[in-house]
Design a binder for this molecule. Sequence first.
Ligand SMILES: Nc1nc2c(ncn2[C@@H]2O[C@H](COP(=O)(O)OP(=O)(O)OP(=O)(O)O)[C@@H](O)[C@H]2O)c(=O)[nH]1
Ligand SMILES: [Mg+2]
Ligand SMILES: [Zn+2]
Length: 290
Amino acid sequence: MQGRIVKALAGFYYVESEGVLYQTRARGNFRKKGQTPYVGDWVDFSADENSEGYILAIHERQNALVRPPIVNIDQAVVIMSAKEPDFNANLLDRFLVLLEHKDIKPLIYISKTDLLEDTQNLSEIASHYQAIGYDFITEMADLLPYLSDCVTVFMGQTGVGKSTLLNKLAPELALATGEISDSLGRGRHTTRAVSLFHVYSGLIADTPGFSALDYEVTTSEDLNQAFPEIKHHSAKCKFRTCTHTHEPACEVKSAVETGQIWQMRYDNYLQLLSEIENRRETYKKTIKRQ
Ligand SMILES: Nc1nc2c(ncn2[C@@H]2O[C@H](COP(=O)(O)OP(=O)(O)OP(=O)(O)O)[C@@H](O)[C@H]2O)c(=O)[nH]1
Ligand SMILES: [Mg+2]
Ligand SMILES: [Zn+2]
């Protein structure tokens, strides 16, 4: 039989096939091959009546995220709260860079706008991201048109309201959500497993929040590609390998000066670039020592 893994928990994979859910395990031969089934995987599986099913083969993946672990997705909604925790453009840019690098369409959704006394600042931030070409959504109603017929993953820090939003979209899910006081504490994750749900004729994955992002963007070229507006302007830089730091005739730096590129994004780009370079230095030193 064939189906899609919709949930992975405690060594079990829950496979949905023609509307029926099967509890399966992965055979040991996957481990030997270094393969792990993920939520979102299309699989061949066996399911005898009255016994546990087994995953037999994993189909080729369209794309894959490591954290949260999910594959074959059409788009990602990066959820950032306006408050509690405070909006953080640096973290948002890290999510965006990761998704651009994976060629997965990002949407930005801002939760907890009800906690804002003044929305002026948020509107300004919105206009900057919209100018780059990102959808920047602050109302649930505006998110709905994006959700049908797609596989969407909700991602974001713990406590931003991913499960709360899913509950608002589909109250029958009745997902557990964190207490406000808990959400401010460190290390409390309410959602513990990645699961796909049928919502608005599409599939949406709820995921556990996480605080650290994996470094999958490891070269300055990739970083350049992952900032659409920097990529756009860099086509006119004098040097093809321009990192937009010290080089002469850099169109990106000019665009920052004229305000065509938002200073905040450029600062985040520089920070990520220096992190990439520091990691390379550490890597080189480790290699030498061996
Ligand atoms: N005021 C307000 N509170 C919200 C909103 N959305 C979520 N919350 C609260 O924020 C807290 C955390 O919400 P969750 O939905 O559990 O957050 P999560 O992103 O799923 O967190 P993890 O599962 O730990 O990753 C809960 O107490 C929610 O009630 C909102 O739009 N406004
Ligand atoms: Mg949750
Ligand atoms: Zn440049």
